[in-house]
Design a protein around this ligand. Structure first.
Ligand SMILES: Cc1ncc(COP(=O)(O)O)c(C=O)c1O
Length: 434
């Protein structure tokens, strides 16, 4: 489908462009300073968890089911926190470690273990290239995806391989093809529910194929970052199949390594982070981690589990988050659909949860739109960030993070984005014609 600007005569196009440039000048004169760059909860969302800060005081009982949270010990996390992790990750509590405050750090540590030590008897990934004529270990990166995941595998020296992301998850024909015959394909990054940034939830078929696919690497790992597992916008959220159950019956549980945290449940960077894996996998990782950690912050774990003692409390708390997030996602949909109606200059996702909307402009437009927005006072995630190495081959994808700004700021920022999308799309047509 051609864009509205492609169907215009030269004269109409010049006129439309000068109107859009005048609009951009007016916006520039307002010296806005708005930020839609990172998926941070808003201050009102963070405030929902303030009562948790009063849960423990000087007179509080600091024992959790016999574990003294005020002292060293219980490396694996307190019992109630491991149960919380089990609820989030979908595996038994004795296959969960409740650790520090960042799941991303655990992801980095886990991959560092594979890199330095290998896992379950397999060769360390760092030695693979030496033993295989310099062939590097690879991580599959469904894209658009989460930039910080791709940064972790790149940081360790792995080669990131792009796999297209579809409406049901990664392109499984491509994934199966890549991993079946090439033992250097060692891992795939997954955000299976309300994926960052496209917002889709993996279908049952995708979960099943991931858990059961044939892999040439015996130590292949599915890095299952379930960061948005309870982050539904509506009461009836998307259903994600339980990958542990599928893998257990297929005999592939050792390939699953799952992560979650309370960063977008309570306080970002000050919550609990969890890892879940097969019994053998969790035992090995605990052993690796214990070289550098006696125990995590158990008082913080206790605070969290007293504040959110069960699944029902968690659900009620997340509904309050959803009440604050829903109007923001509705604003994205409203402003974009009204502002871009009939232009064919962009398409975007309508997620049922999570923190992001993913927008695709016309080829070659994303970098220019993000740069233009910056000059108009609106900061967006850098274009390309959703692809490994920052290289979006079509230069179309822009991640919109609507959670942090106030509704008023969000409206303003989205209106600026609409003008930038139209202006860049029109400029591209003019350049193609001249
Ligand atoms: C998919 C995903 N994983 C992990 C994180 C970071 O989590 P944490 O604060 O637990 O490190 C984010 C934050 O945006 C995320 O989107």
């Amino acid at each position: 489908m051609p864009t509205m600007y492609q169907t215009m005569s030269d004269e109409e196009l010049t006129h439309a462009l000068s109107e859009l440039e005048a609009l951009a000048d007016k916006i520039r004169a307002r010296k806005l300073s708005l930020d839609m760059a990172r998926g941070k909860p808003s201050p009102e969302q963070v405030d929902l968890s303030r009562p948790m800060l009063s849960v423990l005081d000087a007179d509080a009982d600091l024992f959790d089911e016999g574990v003294d949270c005020s002292n060293y010990g219980c490396f694996e996390g307190i019992p109630s926190a491991r149960r919380m992790g089990a609820h989030l990750l979908g595996c038994p509590a004795d296959q969960v470690l409740a650790l520090g405050s960042s799941s991303l750090l655990i992801e980095h540590d886990m991959l560092a273990m594979f890199w330095r030590k290998g896992s379950l008897g397999a060769m360390p990934w760092s030695e693979y290239a030496v033993a295989n004529d310099g062939v590097r270990v690879k991580a599959l990166c469904p894209s658009p995806g989460y930039d910080r995941h791709f940064a972790i595998s790149a940081d360790l020296g792995m080669e990131n391989i792009v796999v297209p992301m579809g409406a049901e998850g990664p392109d499984m024909d491509e994934v199966e093809h890549l991993v079946a015959s090439d033992a250097s394909m060692k891992a795939i990054w997954c955000v299976p529910k309300y994926s960052n940034p496209v917002g889709i939830t993996y279908s049952n078929d995708v979960v099943h194929r991931l858990a059961t696919m044939k892999t040439a690497a015996p130590d292949f790992k599915i890095l299952w970052d379930n960061a948005y597992c309870v982050h539904d916008l509506a009461d009836a959220g998307d259903e994600l199949a339980n990958i542990f159950e599928v893998a257990r019956s297929a005999g592939t549980e050792d390939r699953i390594v799952a992560f979650a945290s309370t960063s977008k449940i309570t306080f970002p960077g000050a919550g609990i982070a969890f890892i879940g894996a097969s019994p053998a996998g969790i035992h090995e990782f605990a052993h690796y981690m214990q070289a550098g950690l006696i125990s995590a912050d158990k008082l913080n774990q206790l605070r969290h589990t007293r504040f959110l003692p069960d699944a029902e409390a968690m659900r009620a708390h997340m509904q309050r988050h959803a009440e604050l997030l829903r109007p923001r996602f509705a604003a994205v949909e409203r402003v974009l659909s009204e502002g871009l109606r009939g232009t064919n200059c962009a398409r975007w996702t309508r997620p049922h949860g999570g923190y992001f909307v993913s927008l695709d402009g016309v080829p070659g437009s994303a970098k220019r739109i993000v740069e233009l927005c910056a000059t108009l006072g609106v900061r967006l995630t850098p274009a390309g960030a959703t692809f490994p190495g920052g290289l979006d081959p079509q230069d179309t994808n822009i991640r919109i993070a609507p959670s942090y700004p106030t509704l008023e700021e969000l409206h303003e920022a989205l209106e600026v984005l609409v003008v930038a999308i139209k202006l860049v799309s029109a400029q591209i047509v003019l350049e193609e014609r001249s």
